[in-house]
Design a binder for this molecule. Structure first.
Ligand code: FAD
Ligand code: NAI
Length: 491
């Protein structure tokens, strides 16, 4: 009977998923036909960014209450947790993105979307400057937009600590184009190593893939690279594959400091089995075109030749955030990002809100936090609107009963709860179909690692993908990889 229950549940799940897919297909192709144009009587919220924080806010914000404008240099949302899989072709980047207009064109009121970068915020005049920094530019590539409220969800950029040569020679792993660049450069290194007459030292250098940073980004990239090497490159480059070496350099004594001790040990031993060379307590001091200078635990510096360098040492604030912080020196003095109160209002301002990686809070800069903040902030805005509405209603009440009723509603609207983060757990892929998971369990924590955790990792990410279309595409990519392997063509 257990088997029967399982079968029924699986059938129900499959039917539900197919039904949901058909519904989404219809929805996808049927945007709101005649959305109401912007209403001058409503306040305007300008949202910066189309990442986890801004997209989650955009999904939930009620456009009946506010005019909404979105400004972002990329016109899509990117599901970052699976981005490391794109660096070796396990997943195609197109499977992880969804246009932002897919959300905005389904709102009942018009939402303006501008593919542009915000370069300046003028909090006094309440206007922002936007610039079209894409390749194709029209006669006009700069504009200003007024706002009543500004929501900053512009994320962060890759940290280099000002180390010489990183920007020039390293590859970051944050955006779609980063993953594409890594994939291209990796294949270029391998093909160049196969070029006739290459010296053994040069072949060794070209086939040395170095990852700097033992946080989740560096670990997941090294793991994907290992799988690519074992599952594909060995077959197509039998003479070179044995010479490909993967090294991960980490400044701290261990990798993945945010995970439990047993999972750190498990990751490090799995890396050892996978022949990924781990150099902990080792700092990169300089990056040159063909070598990096590292300082090991003994304090000695040495040169490490490399072919491909992936730099994943965390986040730093974007120039716009730094610029804004400089305008509020008294309240904005945390270097990590924008200081916000418990309601996500930027410290020192009344009408600017910030969320996600652009902020400096007690939470880790993760997609989970950003998405929860976006949803929360949309509720804050609903309550702000209700507050204004019932204030007017209370003032205009003609009878004491009406006034009391409106005052009660006003009080309820004014009672805005502070942001509360609910941690759903941390996951990380570590290679060879193994993942680790730190999950909240009662008052404690459940730490697990291995192949079963990988199955959980896959299902968790599939269920969190943006749309049914993304889910189908990722499942197809995984299936394709299982049957045909990864594509080694250089893009
Ligand atoms: P982003 O998602 O980075 O979005 C920022 C947006 O702002 C982008 O649309 C960008 O184009 C736009 N923008 C930038 N500058 C400007 C400007 N000047 N004006 C207007 N718009 C601008 N977190 C997890 O919880 N789980 C994971 O498994 C996980 N995996 C990850 C894997 C990788 C490879 C990486 C890089 C990160 C991962 N993260 C994960 C972290 C997660 O991606 C970030 O915490 C999350 O993206 C932060 O969301 P955000 O909206 O603040 O910023
Ligand atoms: P990170 O900040 O988590 O890790 C960076 C690592 O680089 C640190 O361990 C640091 O000690 C090391 N480092 C710094 N400078 C160095 C140097 N000069 N030489 C050698 N090592 C150096 O950064 P990461 O991995 O980019 O993650 C950023 C955020 O995104 C984190 O909050 C992380 O939790 C989140 N994320 C989560 C994922 C997941 O849950 N699976 C996947 C990827 C990112």
């Amino acid at each position: 009977s257990k088997w029967k229950t399982f079968k029924n549940a699986a059938t129900l799940g499959a039917v539900g998923f197919v039904g949901y897919t058909f519904y989404e297909m219809y929805y996808h192709r049927h945007p709101t036909e005649h959305p109401n144009p912007a209403d001058p009587k409503k306040k305007t919220i300008v949202i910066l960014g189309s990442g986890w924080a801004s997209t989650s806010f955009l999904k939930s914000i009620d456009t009946d209450l506010y005019n909404v404008v979105v400004v972002s240099p990329r016109n899509y949302f990117l599901f970052t947790p699976l981005l490391p899989s794109c660096t070796v072709g396990t997943i195609d980047v197109r499977s992880l993105v969804e246009p932002i207009r897919f959300i905005t064109r389904h709102k009942s009121n018009e939402v303006k979307v501008y593919e542009a970068e915000c370069t300046e915020v003028n909090p006094e005049k309440k206007v922002i400057t936007i610039v079209d920094n894409s390749e194709v530019k029209g006669d006009n590539a700069t504009s200003t937009i007024p706002y009543d409220y500004l929501v900053i969800g512009i994320g962060a950029q890759s940290q280099t600590f000002g180390i010489k040569g990183v920007e020039e020679y390293g590859c970051f792993l944050k955006e779609v184009w980063d993953a594409q660049k890594i994939r291209t450069k990796l294949m270029d290194c391998i093909e160049t190593a196969a070029f006739p007459g290459q010296s053994p030292e040069e072949i060794e250098r070209l086939l040395h893939m170095v990852v700097v940073g033992g946080g989740p980004t560096g670990i997941e990239y090294a793991a994907e690279l290992h799988d690519f090497l074992v599952e594909d490159l060995t077959h197509w480059y039998p003479e070179l594959a044995g010479k490909i070496k993967i090294t991960l350099v980490e400044a701290m004594p261990n990798v993945l400091p945010a995970f439990s001790k047993q999972l750190i040990d498990y990751t490090e031993s799995t890396f050892k089995q996978q022949n990924i060379h781990l150099h902990t307590k080792t700092m990169v001091k300089e990056v040159r075109e063909k070598e990096i200078i590292v300082q090991g635990p003994d304090g000695n510096k040495e040169a490490m030749p490399y072919g491909l360098l992936v730099w994943a040492t965390g986040n730093t604030s974007r120039p716009l955030v730094k610029n804004l912080m400089a305008q509020f020196p008294e309240t904005q003095n945390i270097r990590r990002g924008l200081a916000v109160d418990d309601w996500l209002r930027m410290a020192g301002t009344n009408d600017i809100y910030a969320l996600g990686d652009a902020t400096a809070t007690k939470y880790a800069p993760t997609a989970q936090v950003a998405a929860q903040q976006g949803k929360y902030l949309a509720r804050v805005f609903a309550q702000l609107h209700a507050t204004e509405y019932y204030q007017i209603q209370a003032e205009e009440s003609t009878t004491p009963e009406d006034k009391a009723k409106n005052m009660r509603k006003l009080q309820k609207a004014q009672d805005i709860k502070p942001f509360h983060y609910s941690h759903q757990g941390s996951l990380c892929y570590i290679g060879s179909d193994k993942a680790i998971a730190d999950l909240p369990f009662g008052p404690g924590n459940l730490a697990s690692g291995g192949v079963a955790t990988y199955a959980f990792w896959r299902s968790a990410y599939i269920s969190n993908l943006f749309s049914a279309r993304n889910k189908w595409l990722v499942i197809t990519d995984w299936t394709k990889k299982t049957f045909w392997g990864r594509d080694i063509s250089r893009e």
